[in-house]
Design a protein around this ligand. Structure first.
Ligand code: NAP
Length: 306
């Protein structure tokens, strides 16, 4: 069995991003990481994202607000970030606190800055199979893993366990776009094991520690474990019990070190892709792009002088 290590996939994505950035003639794309409160998992994800974006030659700025920020105050701040021409992409950490309307934030984010594919325009583009929309990074990371290891998708039976808007649903559309035959499972699926056993590619995205095991797999199937859970010993684990997999699967992603390690690389890729297409190919054209770069440089200088 091949262990599908996320690090190998992100190394390939890094090469693509560095090459895309070279075409930006010195312009450095900048992401805004928007966080409310101090949840430990958000802080750790933020550190990873900041590190990854820097390693890929771009910039990330953290915009952190107290957990008790009022809804109006937050949306006023969010609008400023959304309108800020020096910010190329936005990652909004969710879930937001209950008193802040998440749907409103999703609707507000400008599609071209929407790094994690949360707004309706990007969702529609993903569901329509269009090329230029941003898919949620984790869903896209699954496709990146399969492609990086040259695992065939065309014509294969893909079974996805989980139907969330973050992973299962968008992934089903991305798989369909790659010409897989897709089945989505959920808590009401009858005989889950039998359905999983039909899969050439089985994706576990249920968020239930070790709920699947080797007996759910067809001989030679590829297993992608998206789940990130904490087991009874406080250790990170996926949705699939690793024991016994080696005799059954032809390839599998580990947890940790699998899909999770690719998600932030995809986020960085979105940041670079966005700049490449909107600044170089937009109706503003090359001249306005150059003026924009100059403005951004001046603004940065001013900031340093303060
Ligand atoms: P979610 O919103 O809770 O959705 C879970 C989905 O799994 C639901 O559709 C649910 O079905 C289904 N499900 C749950 N238990 C099931 C069962 N026993 N049998 C069949 N289906 C079941 O979770 P999510 O946000 O999609 O995340 C899923 C997992 O991926 C989590 O472990 C999360 O931590 C991880 N994740 C990883 C990354 C990464 O970077 N690797 C990013 C995001 C999420 P119903 O719709 O019927 O309730």
């Amino acid at each position: 069995m091949i262990t599908l290590k996320g690090a190998e996939v992100s190394a390939k994505i890094k090469e693509q991003v560095l090459s895309m950035n070279q075409e930006l003639n010195g312009y450095v794309p900048t992401a805004a990481i928007v966080r409310i409160g101090e949840r430990p998992d958000d802080l750790s994800y933020e550190r990873n994202v900041m590190k990854r974006i820097a390693a890929y030659g771009m910039e990330a700025k953290s915009f952190a607000y107290p957990a008790d920020i009022s809804e109006e105050e937050f949306f006023a701040e969010f609008q400023k970030i959304n309108d800020d021409e020096t910010i190329d992409g936005i990652l909004l950490f969710r879930p937001l606190p209950k008193h802040i309307n998440e749907k409103r934030a999703e609707a507000m984010i400008r599609p071209e800055k929407d790094l994690d594919g949360i707004c309706a325009v990007n969702t529609a583009k993903v569901f329509a199979g269009e090329k230029d929309g941003f898919a949620p990074c984790t869903a896209e990371a699954v496709i990146e893993v399969l492609k990086a290891f040259d695992l065939p998708i065309v014509g294969k039976r893909a079974v996805i366990v989980g139907r969330s808007m973050v992973v299962g649903r968008p992934l089903s559309m991305l798989m369909l776009k790659e010409n897989a035959t897709v089945t989505i499972c959920h808590t009401k699926t009858e005989d889950l094991k039998a359905v999983c056993q039909e899969a050439d590619i089985l994706v576990a995205a249920a968020g239930k520690a070790k709920m699947l095991d080797a007996s759910f797999l067809k001989e030679g199937a590829v297993l992608i474990d998206v789940g990130i859970n904490v087991d009874e010993n406080g250790k990170l684990c996926g949705d699939v019990l690793w024991d016994g997999l080696e005799e059954k699967a032809s390839a599998a992603t580990p947890v940790p070190g699998g899909v999770g390690a690719v998600t932030t690389a995809v986020l960085a890729k979105h940041l670079a892709q966005d700049r490449k297409s909107t600044r170089l190919n937009s109706s503003h054209g090359y001249i306005s792009y150059a003026v924009f770069c100059l403005k951004k440089k001046k603004k940065k200088k001013k900031g340093r002088a303060r």
